[in-house]
Design a protein around this ligand. Structure first.
Ligand code: ADP
Ligand code: MG
Length: 150
């Protein structure tokens, strides 16, 4: 499925809507150039999950975790989703890094949804570890137009 956004606001909104379909246990890899809107999309997701904290790019700290308070934000969640994991592998995150960060214990867990920016290179390793990964590809069309492919 392809969805076009025409500005940052529409991408935030797309992420917000996408959040309503999250059940817990999903691992998404976000693929797209620098400035494609990977972080923006995750910001929208966080909003949709009722996370009040500001989501910032984890480029330098590699991984950030946010508590999902749930409640009535999404009835589907039924309190099972507790954490949003946001990982950025732009600076090169190895398999060992994932282990050392504690990510391997969280990825794929029912109470956690994860978004990994630049994570395509990690897919074979994650699959080997029996973690199911879904790809979201973002294409820069022009200054403000992006196409999201799910
Ligand atoms: P990434 O994490 O992919 O490097 P960011 O989400 O940090 O990208 O940044 C996206 C940048 O592109 C922001 O500066 C944002 O204002 C700009 N932008 C312009 N149009 C869009 C759009 N349609 N969707 C998302 N961001 C957009
Ligand atoms: Mg980013």
């Amino acid at each position: 499925m392809k969805i076009k956004t025409n500005n940052l606001h529409e991408t935030l909104d797309l992420g917000k809507k996408f959040a309503k379909k999250i059940h817990g246990g999903e691992v998404f890899v976000l693929h797209g150039d620098l400035g494609a809107g990977k972080t923006a999309f995750v910001k929208g997701v966080a909003k949709g999950l009722g996370i009040k904290k500001t989501v910032t790019s984890p480029t330098f700290i590699l991984m950030k975790m946010y508590e999902v308070k749930g409640k009535d934000e999404s009835k589907k969640l039924k309190g099972q989703l507790k954490k949003l994991l946001h990982i950025d592998t732009y600076r090169g995150v190895s398999e060992d890094d994932l282990i050392n960060l504690g990510a391997m214990e969280l990825l794929g867990r029912k109470d956690t949804v994860a978004f990994i920016e630049w994570g395509i290179g990690l897919i074979p390793y994650l699959k080997k570890s029996k973690i199911k990964v879904k790809k979201i590809i973002i294409k820069n069309i022009d200054k403000n137009t992006r196409v999201f492919e799910f």
